[in-house]
Design a protein around this ligand. Structure first.
Ligand code: CUA
Length: 369
């Protein structure tokens, strides 16, 4: 093919190609979550929140469905690209040839073909998609011995209730390995979406409705998730950590969680408990005490958690101190819109605590193991 013949095809400038490659690289990097400031990376190793790296049978089903759809789409992409390239080259304008082309508008055979083929492809993809969707929501059979957990989305944290054990916790869920976990999801305010990519698909937590999803972990480990439905200011800070443990470790954890808190009787912890009773009990509960409100995370075994504030902050004294000074400095919230009587909470307010009160409160919280 001579230089003259090719002149009708516009050449791609190298910078355009480079830009395309760069965009592609960014798109792929997003799948693996390679941001070094990503908190999840700290606790979840090299590939946090990666649905392409399933860690259990439910997530594996979602993963194989993804690859099936991907390869069908890849084949279609190649066929369409080749056909497009062929049409561009074969029917390009040539010197000495008339510009007018033969019109094929209204070709009935072609119209039928390109209506039926995509319809058949979509129907073929729909069968495994729907069956997988139903499968990961299916109520487990009694012999599966599934663990039941009630999940309640709040702006902006997750509440987890373990009805078989009679306790409530927040932001961190513990599960036994090799055993299905059946979640029943709802929301206390707006629509949230529960998603731990390595363990299961996404499921919305909708106010006034109960949704279900199965998840299961093959091996012990920490699995990170986050709210996957925009739910307001701190949506991006609404995470969850799932700790998969051996059955024995899980049972030990669950029994400890079901034990009521021991109220301190002396020192800074006692002073902190007194501050807690005047400042915190209109929102927070600590089981075994007079604090029973359910508008904010249940703090009964707060010190046993690795994180707080929608699982975005590691549970350290520094974070707690800063949080108690002014929570909105760490997570964007609108506590000035709180209406406790109406059960509406949009974040923890700055309570105007003195440094001494903060120190005492931290001493108290640290006793809640
Ligand atoms: Cu909850 Cu987004």
């Amino acid at each position: 093919m001579s230089e003259r013949q090719l002149s009708g095809v516009p050449r791609r400038h190298p910078s355009v190609v480079a830009l395309g490659l760069l965009i592609g690289a960014f798109a792929l990097a997003a799948c693996a979550g390679d941001d070094p400031t990503n908190l999840a990376r700290v606790v979840d190793g090299d590939v946090p929140q990666n649905s392409l790296n399933p860690a259990g049978p439910t997530a594996a089903k979602v993963d194989s469905l993804f690859w099936m759809v991907f390869w069908i789409a890849a084949v279609i992409f190649v066929i369409v690209s080749v056909a497009l390239l062929f049409a561009v080259l074969r029917f390009r304008e040539r010197k000495g040839k008339p510009r007018a082309v033969r019109q094929v508008h209204g070709n009935t055979k072609l119209e039928i073909a390109w209506t039926i083929i995509p319809a058949v492809i979509l129907a073929v993809v729909a069968v495994p998609t729907l069956s997988t969707l139903f499968e990961i929501r299916r109520a487990p059979a009694a012999e599966d011995n599934a663990l039941q957990i009630e999940v309640i989305g709040h702006q902006w944290w997750w509440e987890f209730r373990y009805p078989e054990y009679g306790f409530t916790t927040a932001n961190e869920m513990h599960i036994p390995t090799g055993r299905p976990v059946y979640l029943t999801l709802t929301s206390a305010d707006v629509i949230h979406s529960f998603w731990v990519p390595r363990l299961s698909g996404k499921r919305d937590a909708v106010p006034g409705r109960l949704n279900n999803i199965l998840l299961e972990a093959d091996a012990p480990g920490t699995y990170i998730g986050q709210c996957a439905e925009f739910c307001g200011l701190a949506h991006a800070d609404m995470r969850q950590r799932v700790f998969a443990e051996t059955e024995a470790d899980f049972e030990a954890w669950a029994l400890a969680q079901a034990t009521p808190a021991a109220v301190p009787t002396e020192g800074a912890a006692l002073a902190g408990w007194e501050v807690f009773q005047t400042q915190c009990t209109s929102c927070h509960a600590i089981s075994g005490t007079s604090a029973t409100a359910q508008l904010a995370p249940n703090l009964t075994h707060f010190a046993s958690r690795t994180a707080f504030a929608g699982a975005t902050l590691d549970n350290t004294e520094d974070h707690l101190r800063q949080w108690l000074r002014n929570p909105s400095s760490l997570v964007p919230m609108r506590p000035e819109l709180n209406d406790l009587a109406a059960g509406r909470v949009l974040g923890m307010p700055d309570l105007g605590l003195t440094e001494q009160q903060i120190t005492d409160l931290i001493a108290f919280l640290e006793t809640l193991e």
